[in-house]
Design a protein around this ligand. Sequence first.
Ligand SMILES: [Fe+2]
Ligand SMILES: [Fe+2]
Length: 305
Amino acid sequence: MLKMFPKLDEDLLVKLFHKGVKAQWTAEDVEWDRPVQFTPVQARALGRLLSPVYLGEQSAMIGASVALPQVAMAGETTAQLYLSSFLMDEARHFEVLTRLYHRLEIQPVNLREMPEMLQYHNRLRKGDRIDWVWGILISDIFAKNFYQTFAKSQPEALFGKLSSRILQDESRHQAFAEHYLKRAMPELPAERRAVLVEMRDDLLRIMDAMYHRLNADAETIGLDGREFLDNLRAEIERKAKRIGLDPSSSDGAPSSRRRVHAVGARLKAKAEDLQTRFQALSQARCDSCFVALLCQSRLVWAACR
Ligand SMILES: [Fe+2]
Ligand SMILES: [Fe+2]
């Protein structure tokens, strides 16, 4: 995995890495005393609605630490550099959202109340680095649309300002994923693309299930959850076409599901052979945190063995 003198092109990923390094900020730069512009009831609803995004920030941080050695082993040096800054961005988002929960004195939804959050992130971890980048692109579009709602509707309020800052980072993440996948797509056989289409469908199905649980909270803060998901679906569709993954012309129809599962199983076995395993994760003693639940999942145990 380590190379003494790797080839280092000046490509878009290096430019995004430079941008990311120059644009760093911390929770200390946030003006935490800005007006909140939510009633206590609305703030509680925001805490619940924000939960999948909040967990997504942690998941992206942990996922990048798994994908990074994979891109290194593939000799993708510039992607390796870029992911280092991505990891830092997601760690920052995770930290500031944790502080936001404390500042507003609100709570995220418990994983037991909404297990779909864990299903979503377990689904994101199936496959290799290309699957992960595709899943991260879908998650980043979700997060971008969510933050954008508040950056536009409450530009001077605490969460609106925070959202604007996070959005700048998320735009780099999308640029990376789009570029990486566009480059990888021509090399992928039809069966492999079908696996990506299936992943998109699975993730969107889980998002729908989460929406049903959070519908009342969305209404409380004046967000039309159905419209949000419809727009999200349309944007993911456009993005898929842009990266060369056109579901309408791929092998992703339900009739090919069995073949897709066979390919998925082969890819999973291959991924398990890689040295990039979740060795750093061990079974935690508590049973309520995300990492503990993740460690108890079959996927992680298989990877740890
Ligand atoms: Fe993020
Ligand atoms: Fe992101």
